[in-house]
Design a protein around this ligand. Structure first.
Ligand SMILES: [Zn+2]
Length: 204
């Protein structure tokens, strides 16, 4: 058996936080500790907060409906409320500290299970092992670069990481996607948007 950090104080902290966010709504705040791992054993616990496996969620919600039978918000208020919650959801982006020598660089061939680096050829990418060609694959590779290396890229970083020899070709490739950028030609820094694959689609 393995204990884990006190989920009761955690849920109390979360409820306090929710109360602050929704202070303009007179809503009851209900908390519960819900275990997603079905084999987790719920041992002795205080009765102040419900604790149950995820399979019990539906019946718990039904209990809450029974407890609060009268609607508190109108549909319009509810819509605004949902928008408020969604606006609050801003996941923090964490860049992993993995030495770049520990993973494969470049545009990797999906047909070769990402084992071979594809070569830049006439604005697209070609695998010399299986001859697969694609220009769209670059979005996937650049997304990996963004997640593993940096949120920004320069011409020389692009050439080094993706094995492009020509500075002009790298420049054309970067400009093609109209990334937000700062600086002048040689020192220009391109900012890679977080929804990179979607962002790049219309330009491919
Ligand atoms: Zn291949």
């Amino acid at each position: 058996m393995e204990g884990f950090a006190n989920p009761i104080t955690q849920i109390q902290r979360h409820m306090q936080f929710i109360k602050i966010i929704f202070k303009n709504y007179s809503l009851p705040i209900e908390g519960a500790v819900i275990l997603s791992n079905p084999s987790a054993i719920i041992a002795n616990h205080p009765k102040s907060v419900p604790i149950f496996h995820v399979s019990g969620l539906q019946s718990h919600i039904q209990t809450l409906f029974d407890k609060y039978p009268t609607p508190i918000l109108t549909n319009e208020q509810l819509t605004r409320f949902v928008q408020l919650i969604r606006a609050q959801h801003q996941p923090q982006e964490i860049l992993p500290r993995i030495d770049t020598s520990r993973f494969r660089h470049g545009v990797l061939c999906p047909k070769c299970r990402y084992k071979n680096q594809m070569h830049f050829y006439r604005g697209g990418w070609k695998c010399l092992a299986c001859h697969y060609t694609s220009s769209g694959i670059f979005a996937e590779a650049l997304q990996d670069y963004r997640l593993l290396v940096s949120r920004t890229i320069t011409n020389s970083q692009l050439r080094a990481f993706f094995g492009i020899t020509s500075s002009d070709a790298a420049n054309r490739l970067l400009r093609k996607f109209q990334f937000p950028s700062t600086g002048t030609y040689k020192n220009r820094i391109y900012y890679l948007p977080d929804n990179l694959i979607e962002y790049m689609k219309p330009f491919l």
